[in-house]
Write a protein that binds this ligand. Structure first.
Ligand SMILES: O=C(O)CCC(=O)C(=O)O
Length: 275
């Protein structure tokens, strides 16, 4: 069963730049993807970032761009309904896939997800670009849940990409240096000045958010509960290819058959999932 967004959910996405979608994907996906997380943590891919390999605590682990080699993730992209929800949220006729991203914070993880906007990290421009973040474990606003600055997608501001968890032994993470844009303000330093929203989530719930919405998350202070999620990234009708120096190197100009300013109509690299 694929989840269909209500008119209210679609309007919330449009007004707020983020929408919480209860029971967005079936429980079977959570079982399968939890297995993927466990196996990637044992056997990471090329694009891993692992703060503390092998540790059961204080470990932030991310891996991305696995869909071409991982059958479970490929199935999830085509069959989970995330593409359709992205299409509905963005009111887009067509949806192409960009990349998959798993994010894990083991109990006692101090590393935060800094406040950021996704668009400057990605080689695209356009307003119809979004993520569908699906919880694989519970997380609460008081704990490790994501937070968003409501309405920040409408500010027409392109924020400078910041390095996440910079470490000398993780060159994979160090590609943001020449990013253009406005520095992200110190949101945690003056939270009262921002309209910050977040939701307690259960496995299978989703947060769909615009690539222009400021978002972040604390570490994971829980003593026992892992916090894990998969984020899939989606390109709608107005997305155009915009390679730039500080963009994520998973897909660069040499990997695609399109030119800057083109729609992402390279079916091998950005498969069309809706439309
Ligand atoms: O899960 C997190 O802490 C961050 C996720 C995120 O920033 C994203 O999916 O774009």
């Amino acid at each position: 069963m694929k989840r269909i967004l209500t008119e209210q959910e679609i309007q919330d996405f449009s007004d707020n730049g983020v929408v919480y979608v209860k029971n967005a994907v079936d429980a079977d996906w959570i079982t399968r993807l939890t297995g993927v997380v466990d196996s990637q943590m044992q056997n990471p891919g090329k694009w891993v970032n692992d703060a503390n390999p092998g540790n059961a605590t204080d470990r932030m682990f991310t891996d991305r761009y696995m869909w071409q080699n991982n059958a479970d993730i490929k199935d999830f992209i085509y069959a989970s309904g995330c593409a359709e929800m992205a299409a509905q949220a963005m009111r887009s006729k067509q949806i192409r896939f960009y990349f998959d991203h798993i994010l894990v914070k083991e109990p006692g993880t101090t590393e935060q997800t800094p406040w950021h906007q996704d668009i400057p990290y990605w080689p695209f421009l356009g307003k119809q670009v979004c993520s569908c973040w699906v919880a694989l474990t519970p997380s609460t606003v008081k704990g490790s849940a994501m937070e968003f600055v409501r309405g920040s997608h409408l500010d027409n501001t392109y924020y400078k990409a910041e390095v996440f968890g910079k470490r000398d032994d993780h060159p994979n993470n160090d590609w943001t240096g020449k990013s253009q844009g406005v520095p992200v303000p110190d949101i945690d330093g003056s939270r009262e000045n921002y309209d910050i929203v977040g939701w307690d989530v259960e496995p299978g719930d989703a947060l769909i958010f615009s690539a222009w919405t400021l978002h972040g998350a604390p570490g994971n202070a829980s003593e026992r509960q892992r916090r894990a999620a998969i984020s899939t990234r989606w390109l709608g009708d107005d997305a155009v290819w915009h390679p730039h120096e500080a963009a994520d190197p998973i897909v660069t100009q040499q990997d695609v058959s399109i030119a800057p300013g083109d729609a992402p109509r390279d079916d091998k690299v950005f498969p069309c999932v809706v439309g």
